[in-house]
Design a protein around this ligand. Sequence first.
Ligand SMILES: [Zn+2]
Length: 453
Amino acid sequence: MAFSAIHPDAGRVDATLPDLGCVLAWDLVHKVRPRVALRCRACGHGVHAKISPRGLRYFAHDPGRPPDCAWLNESLEHHQLKLVLATAVRATGWHAELEVTGPNGGWRADVLATSLDGSRRIAWEAQLSPITDDDIRYRTTRYQADDVEVCWVSPTRPPWIGVVPSVQVAEDDDGTVAIVDGAAEFYYTVGEWRMNRSQPLAEFIRRVQNQTVVFHEVLPRYRRIRLSAVSHSRRRGFWVSSASVIAESGHEAIRQRQEAWKQRQKEEAEARRMAEELQREIELKAEQARLDKQREQQRAEQQRQAAIQATRERLRREEEQQQQQAVEQERLRLEQIEARAGDRWHADVFETRQRELRDKVIDHVWLKERTKTTSFATSGPAVEFAYGTPVYVRDRLYGVLRPSPLSLHRLPREVVVFMLNAREGARCVDTGLVPAERVVFFDFPDAEQLQLL
Ligand SMILES: [Zn+2]
């Protein structure tokens, strides 16, 4: 069904207008004989004028219609909405044409409203069937390309409301059609958009036409719109007054200033924090360096002390060595002196005198010990016996024969010292190394060497 058709003489006829838009009475096309050859504007097939049971005038295809006519599938509801829109537009004083096809078929407006001076055109689209956001956006751009404003109208709340310029309409109990969704006002004090209470369709259309309301794409921050005291919805855009647009941008500007201020505060706090952290780091490094230096100094001091100690130790050892060497040298020197003295001690005692002396010792032992086991070491004078000759009795060391007075300290204890005469005996005792009771002397004359001394 359609509201318009092509008349063979008058051209386009509009069933919603009393004069069919071309000074022609409805009675001249409705149920006349012979039939007027009306044609469908979409497919060119024959159509005839009809009136619905509720008194709605329209055109219907003759039998044998092509199955792909664009107007075939439009419902009565769709047609009624188109009629409501056209009637409301006409009430504002603007022209309204139904089912207008754009140049090159770029669009087909359900109701095309035109201002009296023809400078502005607004397409009012009754959209009842489902359509995707992309499709409805695309169809909107087709209108805009031809400089035609558009508003999509739905009797239910469609998912695409706000995606493109759009409203939801509803019929009041008294039969007036009103806008119930798609128009809003900005409330500056709470910083949010609130849906307008319902307003008559004709009133809304007038405001759109005189541009006291415009379709406004909401700033992203304000897309959460309050529908009622308890419900919210997200919308990309709606019809608003210019005052609301100014209020929203003012609110946004203040909000951005506040956010910028907060951001600055945050950045300043961050900068302070970083400066403090840097300062702490510097102090920490300085402290670390100080400790390192202190440890280094301690280590150096320890090394210095250790070096001093090592040097002292080395010097002490060297001194000790030198002392030991000196002692050793002295000892050797004394031993040499002793050895020379020992040599001289015996050198000038005749062989016969020695034999006589041994005989005297043997006699002395016989008198004292009543034994004839006395024997003499055959190895001769030895340094460990103070350069004297060991005397054995019963195979045990008994005494020493004529030790060198200079080496008496070498004699074993408890041995008897045998000397030539009293003079030699006194000399032994005088050293303090041999007690007088252990010195035995005879009455031989002095040895030649001693006499020379
Ligand atoms: Zn057709």
